[in-house]
Structure formats: C-alpha cells, structure tokens
Design a protein around this ligand. Sequence first.
Ligand SMILES: Cc1cc2nc3c(=O)[nH]c(=O)nc-3n(C[C@H](O)[C@H](O)[C@H](O)COP(=O)(O)O)c2cc1C
Length: 367
Amino acid sequence: MRIGSLKLESNLFLSPLAGYTNLPFRLVVREIGGVGLCTTDLVNARSLLEKKPKALKLIETRPADSPLAVQLFGSVPGEMRDAAIYLESIGVASIDINMGCPVRKVCNVGGGSAMMTELDKTAALVRGMVAAVKIPVTAKMRLGWDDENLTAPDLARALENAGVAAIFVHGRTREQGFGGTVNLAGIRKVVEAVKTVPVIGNGDIITPQAAKKMFDETGCAGASIGRGAFYNPWIFRHTQHFLAGGQLLPEPAFAERVRVMCRHLDLMIEVFGEELGCRMFRKVAPWYAKRFGPCHEFNKRVVQISTRAEFHDVLENYICWRQQFLDGNGELLPRFQPAPMVASFMREPAAIQREKIPVPKGPVEVW
Ligand SMILES: Cc1cc2nc3c(=O)[nH]c(=O)nc-3n(C[C@H](O)[C@H](O)[C@H](O)COP(=O)(O)O)c2cc1C
C-alpha cells in the first residue's frame, strides 16, 4: 500500500485515540505486528510551534515507532503549514489533518469537524500544507456534520484536488458521536467520489471479519482501527492473516495477554516515569482485562497502583483468584468465557443498542 511517496507494509492503520495512542501503545502494537502506519493523538499545531512540553510529548518517538504519522489540528493556514514543515524536518513520515473531532473546543476555533462545513477554506489550508512539504499530507474526517449534511464525498473530492495523499473516513456523522451503526454505504460514497487517492475506512472494526466486511462493502484501500486495538492489540496481525488466507488465528491465550500487558506497563514507565506511567496505566489495564474472563477483582485494585511492584502484586493476586474459574487444563470454563466480539455493522439493530463498544474515559470523554 502506498500513501503518496510512502510505501507501507500493510494496509491496516492505527487510528488516533487522544489519551491512548502514545508511544508505549504504538510500540506494543508494532511489536505484535500487522500494522502499516500508526498515528499520534491529535496535536495542536500552535502548541507544537510554541514547543509546548505537552505537544512535544505527544510526538515523542523512537526508531522502532516507524513509520509514524502525526495528526495536527488547527484552522490557521500559516500555523498548520509551519507545523507541517517542522514535523518533516524531524523525520515524521506523514501528516494527518484532523477534520473529524466533534469536541466543542476544537470546532469553535474552526478545527476538527468544523472543517467539513467549509470546503473552500479547508481546501486552501490543505493546499498550503501540501505545497510546503514533500511528505504525504492526509485528512481524517467523518461522514459529515449530521445526516442532512453528508459532506464527506464533496470534501474528499476537494481535498484530492488540493493534493492530499489519502483520506481516512470514520463512517459516522459528528452528530452521531460514537452511537449507532457505522455507515458502510456512506464510506463507499467517499471511495466513489475520488479518482485515485486511497480511502481508508474506519469505525467499529473489532474483529478480522469486520475488517473484511469494511473492505468488501466499501471498496476502501485500507482499514483503520482505534478502540478495537485497545481491546486487542493483536487485531492487526490477526486481520492481516485472515485477509491473506481466510483463516482465523486463535485468540491470544491468557498468558500472552498478560505478557503484552506487562510489556505495555514497562514501556509506560520508560516513557512517562514510574509514578505517572503507573497512574496512566490505571485506565489501560482494564482494557486488557476485558478479555480475561471474570476480572472485577483485578479492575478494583489495578486502578490504585502507583508503582510497578504494586501492579505485579495486584496481578499475582488476581492470577490466584482467577483459578476458581478454570478447568483442569487451565482454560476458562465455558460459562466464564467472554462473549465473542461483534462489530456494530455486523449485528442485528436491537443488539447494537445493547452492546456498543465502550468509549474509554479520559481527557477525551467528549470525543
Ligand atoms: C478516546 C478516543 C479518542 C479519540 N481521539 C481522536 C483523535 O485524537 N483524532 C482523531 O482523528 N480521532 C480520534 N478519535 C476517533 C478515532 O480515531 C476513530 O475515528 C473512532 O474511534 C472510530 O474508530 P474505532 O471504532 O476503530 O475506534 C478518538 C476516539 C476515541 C474513542
């Protein structure tokens, strides 16, 4: 798969999840494999130009975290252009522009989803960025502001003319937030609206089968996965395998999930220091635990950890407690096994209401 001049080894992408897609998580996903390009959390272009420590932390990277796209948001053309030039100068592989963020703080200043409502202005901003750098500039959007304004196909066409190298589209409107079904037909319209630029479909891909349906029904060139990777950082490798040969790899065993979770914590401590890393991990560990079977004993205690030693203590106690749910081979008894995951667009409508993918808490509760 190619995005402009950038050649990728896979057409699967890690979507930006503000508060989560930090360096440790990206490294975890890359170590497991199957992902072509990872994107950072959204970064304010002005804060980056002002070298604000928070913005610089968001773009922290290392050679193993490559190729990396940085997602920018902002609506001032000069700032977006200069931020792009800066990112190119420090070796970032690609720049993504946030046009989908529904948060008021971002939209009120003309960024995020608000960009979808002003085609000409947005195309001019993009043109300025594309002309200033050699690396690819991409855009990430929703289907539109609301059902009456499904502007994504028009915007995609305008952006293709302005020179974007790829378009990521989350198959929901801004008004939908994260509710309801991802609209695959809506993504297809974006695919059909452009001439050559690759369109990458996004939204609720939580299984390899869902990724296949995204490709089959939209004709997209790539698939981007956000929360599904949080549930399951193996999703890229498993999806690549499934798309290549039609066979599903077995779900990772408990021991493998624990190994990766511990590696994730080690990386959090390396990057953020022990205290902050452990505090941040309090909201990460319960995502791994979602596939552990009964896990309240773990979740209750892991949200209090402040040191690596405390984490390992919680984990050891949990492993002992969990024994009661296992059979003689150490497997979860069938009645304690977590239900299989099913994407919104693969379920009956009534089930969608019951089983929405949770939206993680954090600085982005309003996403
Ligand atoms: C907690 C959270 C943070 C997000 N942060 C961003 C962001 O920084 N930039 C962005 O373009 N989209 C962001 N999104 C949207 C995701 O990238 C993605 O489009 C959406 O979650 C649908 O894909 P998924 O179902 O695979 O998660 C965020 C979503 C969530 C749940």
